[in-house]
Design a protein. Sequence first.
Length: 221
Amino acid sequence: MKIFLDTAEIEEIRTAARWGVLDGVTTNPTLYAKVGGSYDALLAEICKITSGPVSAEVIAEDVEGMLTEGRHFAKLAPNIVVKVPMSETGLEAISRFADEGIKTNCTLVFSTNQGLLAAKAGASLISPFVGRLDDINQDGMTVIRELVEIFALYDIKAEVLAASIRHPLHVTQAALAGANIATLPFKVLQQMVHHPLTDKGIVQFRKDWDEARKAAAGKPA
Ligand code: E4P
């Protein structure tokens, strides 16, 4: 499963890239609002850090507006993927982008049928929001599992991207459900690195090593 970072924070993206675990980045208007500045400049910077897909979300709600914004984003870097919300106009824009060879990520997907339609319209990435579904007492992972199964049954090329990930268990569950990608807040990525027994083990090994070296230094050669 590929791991994307769900952030617009450049330093977080640089860190994940240095760790060797970064396959791409997703942004959205809320994540952008946390950092501000020029969205174009931010996207261009992110695309320099990773050669993986970088999602840039359109704000327009009409087809022509979405196309104008998406074509503009697509010119910023070759790895830009235009993020289009699931809607009637969104499907039309996705279909038009596909005709133009511009890759899209259909966002705000909350049902298997929405994901199926987005894939048929030509989206490369389909983003079910797992956490927001869990928040309303629906099992978000079911949408991931069903889309993975349907895409395999009908040989549909779109990739299932588990979005709105809230904790490390979601990542494991998405991987087991067959998600092609999970996009994670940086905090969840950090949580995945750590385990109390690992941290305790590192401290103990260091202590034992230091004591052994001290003892060795006191002994004649
Ligand atoms: C990513 O593409 C989505 O926009 C993001 O995962 C949404 O996450 P949230 O539900 O935590 O806002």
